[in-house]
Design a protein around this ligand. Structure first.
Ligand code: PLP
Length: 413
């Protein structure tokens, strides 16, 4: 595996950079992953060889761009196990995908008194659209709480998801706790009660194989920039029948069948949800990213590698006096995301101290304030490992934390 990691690291030129006179140790992968050279090259090739708009005109470049763009849709379909490429909508990211569902499916199907069930560990992107919808419609927003291991409480889920529930919106993996949620069980609970399930896959795709049909997901959302791809591109998967029944989201070019002075009819899916010029570069880059993930990294090895790192570092972190790790203690239940607090050192101070050693971690509320309130804190530090991180980098984090602790206790020696 180590040889493999070196092979993968070589694809990411940024990992050779110095930050504050130290070799970069990039541990903020849950926020954004780095992009391999091959993805940049694919985007450059689009710009240099066939840059044109898609689905318009008949010239050679336009046809080439459209063909490549639609090929990526098929690639995404296979990558996540969808039935048809009509079920794949390109968006600007996971947040956009989730807002789309709330503003279309939600607007159409939620009425006063209905229940929308989310979990307490949702990122604001999979919370606020539902909060707003519930306020607007007079619906109830219910939260599935955590169990004693700081995982999703399935007993609570079984109580909260009832025949009044119309939408269950949950994250596949928590961006704070790192835990992997049992989506299939939740989907079956939702369906038994006549509800649909919306899955936020921002922290799941690219970490392990995701098969939307096997998960029985009705909707599934993710972002390119968290799976080694470009910024500003995301995916919304939706079952074709549901997408067909939904009203459009944004209105404009390319999403219509016909427009008259007094009205319009909509294009079939997926075009109905892709108004205006899409992020073509982003889509082309996403295609290269999927190739990279499948052929170069072998996606099943990614989770294994992340869990190996978590297994290695978790007990060592816990042995640091005053350090609290959040989320399940069992490494097999999580991906490479570890959030923690150290004594009374503010995570921003901790992250700044580590940054001086070239170690990049995230600090803050992680866009999951209700979760942090439940954990009894306002902020936390977060180290998130990816396929290119090594045990030696984990050791640097550990010694950086010990140094920081010493520094904030005693000041300069
Ligand atoms: N959901 C989760 C669990 C996330 O971690 C994030 C980003 O951190 C998002 C949604 C939003 O993703 P994006 O900002 O790419 O739209």
């Amino acid at each position: 595996m180590d040889k493999d990691i070196q092979r993968i690291r070589a694809e990411f030129p940024i990992l050779k950079k110095q930050v504050n006179n130290n070799l970069l140790v990039y541990l903020d992968n849950a926020a954004t992953t780095q992009m391999p050279q091959v993805v940049e090259e694919k985007i450059k090739s689009f710009d240099e060889n066939y840059r044109a708009n898609v689905h318009r005109g008949v010239h050679t470049l336009g046809l080439m761009a459209t063909e490549r763009y639609e090929n990526v849709r098929r690639q995404v379909k296979d990558f996540i196990g969808a039935k048809s490429s009509k079920e794949i909508i390109f968006t600007s990211g996971c947040t956009d995908s989730l807002n789309l569902i709330a503003a279309t499916y939600g607007e159409k199907n939620i009425k006063a008194g209905d229940d929308i069930v989310v979990s307490i560990m949702e990122h604001h992107s999979n919370l606020l659209p539902w909060q707003l919808l519930a306020h607007k419609k007079g619906a109830n927003l219910k939260y599935i709480e955590l169990n004693d291991h700081q995982e999703l409480d399935l007993k609570d889920a079984a109580q909260k998801i009832t025949s009044s529930t119309k939408i269950v919106a949950v994250t596949h993996v928590s961006n704070v706790l790192g835990c992997i949620n049992p989506i299939k069980e939740l989907a079956q609970l939702a369906h038994k009660n006549g509800a649909v399930i919306v899955v936020d896959g921002a922290q799941a795709v690219g970490h392990f194989e995701v098969d939307v049909r096997n998960l029985e997901a009705d909707f599934y959302a993710f972002s390119g920039h968290k799976i080694f791809g470009p910024d500003g591109i995301g995916v919304l998967y939706g079952k074709e029948q549901l997408l067909n029944e939904m009203p459009p989201y944004r209105l404009g070019g390319e999403m219509i069948a016909n427009v008259t002075r007094t009205g319009a009819t909509w294009a079939p899916v997926p075009q109905k949800f892709e108004a205006g010029t899409p992020n073509i570069e982003g889509v082309i880059g996403l295609g290269a990213t999927i190739d990279f993930l499948k052929d170069f990294c072998h996606i099943d090895q990614i989770k294994e590698h992340e869990q190996e790192l978590v297994e290695y570092i978790l007990p060592k972190l816990q042995s640091i006096n005053g350090l609290t790790v959040y989320g399940p203690q069992d490494p097999t239940k999580r991906i490479g995301v570890i959030s923690f607090n150290l004594d009374r050192i503010h995570p921003h101070d901790l992250a700044t101290a580590l940054d001086l050693e070239g170690i990049e971690i995230r600090a803050g509320h992680h866009c999951a304030q209700p979760l942090l309130q439940t954990l009894g804190v306002e902020v936390a530090a977060r180290a998130s490992f990816s396929i290119y991180n090594t045990k030696s980098e984990a050791n640097k984090l550990l010694s950086g934390l010990v140094d920081a602790k010493e520094f904030f206790k005693n000041g300069f020696k």
